[in-house]
Design a protein around this ligand. Structure first.
Ligand SMILES: [Fe+2]
Length: 430
């Protein structure tokens, strides 16, 4: 959704080029890439006890290695691992092994006589650990340098951040140059310390690869596939593909391949206390468009999320923040649906600062608990039987906060059937 502003693109181009030119004559820093690195370093998934460090080096960079060890180490020592290059993508990878849950590590990239900065990263705690887990969720950054740079830096400053999720539309147009200038360069301080787990947005399909570029730039937990799941501490995290070419329009129905995979995956996830789902298009949100598609999402996807006890579903697409009351059906768990599309994408209300709610939401009952037209990210804190989500502004200020407690009935729930009727009534109004 939305268009990239021309000014934003020009600033992003200037920033990307400027940062690299700057780095020619100054040492690498957290905000400027080393001249011998075109992209990265960035942390990616490998296994429960290992992480990958990815870079795309400039031509001529040789003997790329990663040095790593516990974050508390003082000397410049640590294990040294050679990076392996992929000649097709130009990406080099190193696997950092034997990492322990809940522990902080540090790494740096070395190439011949060149040495990058140390960067910390945190492993999530064990599934049954009392140590809290913190992660961030945001979406729709759309190459907007004026928003995405300060927003991603606010996330990078969050203490104890184990990973970050992006709910799609990382860029406006899906080609490698856009991702490099409009995403990797802008979010560099965040990506070098927090593993990013993205899902495909509609704009991520607007390129020659129709969405298949994303899983080539990022090492997703299911190699070669755009939907995936992973266990991270007490959370079973599922990333879905709304634009699955195998079943365009209705990928989550019980007879679709992804829909079958989703039900099987959620049914098998028994060890983690929490189930969290990410996708781009929100099933329950305040938007007016796409009623037929939304009806299918509400009927097919929500049915699966309720049936297998999903606690919360994050989506983007609409450039705003909104969250629902728990929405469900008789006798089933009721997930909360959060739209977190405030990472930089255009919205007339965001730009004008118009705080007014759509007429149907002014007073009266609704499945929405909160709507804000703000650029933002969501910080999620999981501690035992409690999950707290805080929507934060670019400056890191709280804009909304809510808590889900296992075993405690929510104060207010909303019927999915009634929510669908409300959406249908809204869509048929002139
Ligand atoms: Fe968008």
């Amino acid at each position: 959704m939305g268009k990239i502003g021309l000014v934003g693109v020009l600033v992003a181009l200037a920033m990307g080029a400027g940062a690299e030119l700057c780095a020619q004559s100054h040492p690498a820093s957290a905000t400027q890439p080393a001249a011998w690195l075109l992209r990265g370093p960035y942390v990616q998934w490998d296994s429960a006890t290992s992480r990958r460090i990815l870079v795309k080096p400039a031509k001529g960079a040789a003997k790329l290695k990663v040095r790593y060890g516990p974050a508390e180490a003082k000397a410049d020592g640590g294990s040294l691992v050679t990076m392996e290059g992929d000649p097709r993508s130009g990406i080099f990878r190193a696997v950092l092994k034997n990492l322990q849950p809940g522990r902080e590590y540090r790494y740096r990239v070395e190439a011949g006589g060149q040495v990058g900065d140390w960067s910390p990263f945190l492993m999530p705690p064990g599934a049954q650990s009392k140590q809290p887990l913190r992660f961030a969720v945001y979406g729709d950054s759309h190459e907007n340098v004026k928003v995405h740079v300060p927003l991603s830096r606010a996330m990078a400053r969050e203490p104890g951040l184990a990973f970050v999720c992006h709910v799609g539309d990382l860029v406006g147009k899906a080609n490698e140059a856009s991702y490099d200038r409009g995403f990797f360069t802008q979010a560099r301080p965040l990506l070098r310390r927090a593993m990013l787990l993205p899902v495909v947005g509609n704009h991520d399909t607007y390129g020659p690869d129709k969405g298949d570029l994303l899983p080539r730039l990022f090492d997703l937990p299911a190699p070669g596939r755009r939907y995936w799941s992973v266990d991270l501490g007490p959370v079973h995290l599922v990333g879905l593909d709304c634009f699955d070419p195998a079943r365009r329009g209705n990928p989550f129905s019980p007879d679709a391949k992804q829909g079958q995979w989703l039900r099987k995956d959620l049914a098998a996830a028994k060890e983690q206390t929490w189930k969290v789902v990410l996708l781009h298009e929100p099933p329950l949100s305040a938007g007016r468009r796409g009623l037929a598609k939304r009806r299918r999402l509400i009927e097919d996807l929500c049915e699966a999320l309720e049936g297998f006890g999903v606690d919360i579903c994050f989506a983007g697409d609409q450039h705003m923040y909104n969250r629902t009351h728990p929405v469900g059906s008789e006798g089933k768990p009721s997930p909360v649906y959060v739209t977190t599309g405030g990472g930089g994408g255009y919205s007339s209300r965001l730009v004008s600062g118009d705080p007014k709610l759509p007429p149907n939401l002014r007073g009266g009952d609704s499945f929405h608990a909160m709507m804000r037209y703000i650029y933002h990210y969501c910080l999620v804190e999981v501690s035992g039987q409690t999950m707290t989500v805080t929507a934060k502004t670019i400056k890191g200020q709280p804009a909304d906060r809510f808590t889900i407690t296992k075993g405690r009935a929510p104060k207010k729930t909303f019927s999915r059937e009634a929510a669908l009727k409300e959406i249908e009534a809204r869509a048929t109004k002139p």
